[in-house]
Design a binder for this molecule. Structure first.
Ligand code: CP3
Length: 347
């Protein structure tokens, strides 16, 4: 029997949508916090195949999700290209900035990224042999624009101001960064697939701040190139694109990017997305992650609403964004039970 996630990605409408959750291995789980403490810090955890494999498996054991997502981070790629990367507790990532041609010229390219990223591929290999046979393994990378926003600013920003400023002031340098990231992302995901990832997801968390032609050039076009190149190397490889907060630009994104599935955040309603986006192919999402904190009747009602709205086409149930550290693990179970209740009632 083919895995349910792969069936949905191939366009099949299933009676119960398969389910996984962004950031399913994370600080809301006590067992994650324990393993992270054992590793020392977040980056040591990412680069330790044994422990990274363990935290990837924790939510699979606890909840039986239909997919596991490799435990790593989108900012490991800039690190592999030569940027300094560290995490400030309670604040988030910090990187050495790339805002001048000189800084850009010091970045690496090509095969050299694998020197740093080899432990990640080892985690993928271990996962493929450790996962239950019905569970799909998803690899991932950040989209060039989103990764560039962190490389240019040196940290997360509310409005991606520094990246927009560089794009306005030195378009050639900005485009060189996007092109370098596009090329390296292909090599990084290619290596993940060779190690055993069955699906890849491209996270463009800040796609929503690109307007008009900029969206097409810096969100859509890199996604199209990465997808086409990976599919040329790995025929039939399913690709999930997540141009977060794309709004109206979600419409037609499947066809324009070549992605098999488009992940939806929670700023669009499931009814609108079912009518305008799902005709293009499988959709994933879009329950507000705040329900994992608040729970109760609203969680059940909104979960049913998402399942119902997308029930006439291919759908993978997920949140609209990552689960947050203040979420209650019991609410995750309630969401899963609600998604699967139709199946339970029928059996
Ligand atoms: O989804 C998963 O469980 C797989 C692993 C994963 C992580 N980050 C682990 C992580 C994935 C797919 C990511 C993607 C990621 N990382 C994105 C894109 C998706 C999104 O959330 O929009 C971005 C923008 C990043 C960069 C990043 N990593 C930030 C801004 C932060 C700090 C914010 C925070 O939540 O602490 C991280 C840290 C991070 N990445 C954690 C985890 C589990 C928390 C680290 C910890 O244990 O302290």
């Amino acid at each position: 029997m083919t895995k349910t996630i792969l069936r949905a990605l191939a366009g099949e409408t299933l009676p119960t949508p398969p389910i996984w959750m962004m950031r399913q291995a994370g600080r809301y789980l006590p067992e994650y916090k324990a393993t992270r403490a054992e590793a020392g810090d977040f980056l040591s955890l990412c680069y330790n195949p044994e422990l990274a494999c363990e935290v990837t498996l924790q939510p699979i054991r606890r909840y039986g999700f239909d997919a596991a997502i490799l435990f790593a981070d989108i900012l490991l790629l800039p690190q592999a290209l030569g940027a300094d990367l560290w995490f400030v507790t309670g604040e988030g990532p910090r990187l050495s900035t790339i805002t001048t041609q000189d800084e850009f010229d010091r970045l690496g390219r090509g095969e050299m990224i694998h020197d740093t990223l080899n432990p990640i591929y080892e985690t993928v290999r271990r996962l493929r042999s450790a996962l239950p046979e019905e569970t799909t393994l998803i690899g991932f990378a950040g989209a060039p624009w989103t990764v560039a926003t962190y490389m240019i600013a040196g940290q997360g920003t509310k409005d991606q101001g520094p990246a927009h400023a560089l794009k306005a002031e030195n378009r050639a340098l900005f485009e060189a960064i996007i092109d370098r990231l596009t090329e390296s992302t292909v090599d990084y995901l290619d290596a993940q697939v060779k190690a055993g990832a069955e699906v890849v997801k491209i996270f463009d968390s800040w796609a929503g701040s690109l307007e008009g032609a900029d969206f097409d050039r810096y969100a859509l076009e890199p996604a199209r190139i990465i997808t086409a190149e990976l599919k040329a190397r790995h025929p039939g490889l399913p690709v999930i694109a997540f141009p977060r907060q794309a709004g109206e630009k979600y419409v037609g994104f499947h066809a324009a990017s070549g992605a098999d599935c488009v992940a939806l955040d929670d700023s669009v309603t499931p009814e609108w997305a079912a009518e305008h986006v799902q005709p293009g192919g499988c959709v994933q999402g879009n329950l507000a992650s705040s329900h994992m904190v608040t729970g109760g009747d609203a969680l059940v009602a909104e979960t049913r609403r998402v399942v119902e709205a997308f029930s006439k086409g291919p759908h993978i149930f997920n949140l609209g964004h990552g689960i947050t550290p203040d979420a209650n693990p019991e609410n995750v179970q309630l969401m899963i039970d609600t998604v699967r209740e139709k199946a339970h009632a029928a059996s």
